[in-house]
Design a protein around this ligand. Structure first.
Ligand SMILES: Nc1ncnc2c1ncn2[C@@H]1O[C@H](COP(=O)(O)OP(=O)(O)O)[C@@H](O)[C@H]1O
Ligand SMILES: Nc1ccn([C@@H]2O[C@H](COP(=O)(O)O)[C@@H](O)[C@H]2O)c(=O)n1
Length: 202
């Protein structure tokens, strides 16, 4: 199994890059694990308390479960990938049965911050986009898809997103084997990654 880690700030285009990479690869050969599925379960907190969580700090992620799941996939075992709700700020009761594939792509803002998880990646990719571009994309996406309003996104950006990006996420660029500039759609970089994957799975 080839395990590819794709990191980068929020709105940099990680999910888009993953879908572009997968679009011309055989569906049965490639699987996705999203770090967002591994936000910690916070049933003991009220909605208002959960909304105050700093979701851009590594402590918000259940790295133990994420690492364990990648190891199980590498051993050829199925996993139950949790399903997260951005509307409720909590894990749902649902799971997605995820089978091991020849190529597993793990994507998320903080995946390169955890040494044990980082060591499980055969290829580490960092998707880069300028911060103003990321904020604009995030604003549009969170209002359209994640049940947020402009004030919520902007205050989260000022209070946690920007400082956490600078402290934890941007520095992990140093671990990347490949950096994809993604201020505009980067078809050349996507083709290169696809070629590398095709070589491994052929
Ligand atoms: N290169 C790009 N140019 C313009 N918009 C983009 C680009 N890449 C992604 N987007 C858009 O930006 C938003 C955030 O992208 P997404 O892939 O969800 O980012 P991430 O997973 O890194 O948070 C989405 O609405 C997506 O369509
Ligand atoms: N309840 C939550 C949990 C996380 N977030 C934000 O999601 C971002 C990570 O997801 P991307 O798809 O953008 O990489 C992260 O910046 C968290 O702030 C949230 O808004 N609500």
């Amino acid at each position: 199994m080839l395990v590819i880690g794709i990191a980068g700030g929020t709105g940099s285009g990680k999910t888009t890059v993953v879908h572009q990479i997968m679009s011309e690869l055989p569906e049965t050969e490639v699987g996705i694990i999203s770090q967002d599925s591994y936000y910690k379960q916070n049933d003991h907190l009220s909605f208002e308390e959960r909304a105050l969580i700093n979701f851009d700090h590594p402590r918000a992620i259940d790295f133990e479960l994420l690492t364990q799941h990648i190891k199980q996939l590498k051993e050829g075992k199925n996993i139950n990938q949790p399903v997260y709700s951005f509307v409720h700020h909590n894990r749902t009761d649902d799971y997605v049965l995820t089978h091991p594939r020849k190529v597993m792509i793990v994507e998320g803002i903080l995946i390169l911050t955890n040494p044990e998880l980082r060591n499980l990646f055969d290829i580490k990719i960092y998707v880069h986009a300028d911060s103003d571009e990321r904020l604009i994309r995030r604003l549009k996406r969170d209002i359209a898809e994640r049940g947020r309003d402009m004030n919520e996104v902007l205050s989260r950006y000022q209070n946690t997103l920007k400082p956490m990006h600078e402290q934890f996420i941007e520095p992990t660029k140093a671990y990347a084997d490949i950096i994809i500039p993604n201020d505009t759609y980067n078809t050349v970089a996507i083709d290169i990654v696809r070629t590398v994957i095709n070589e491994k799975i052929s």
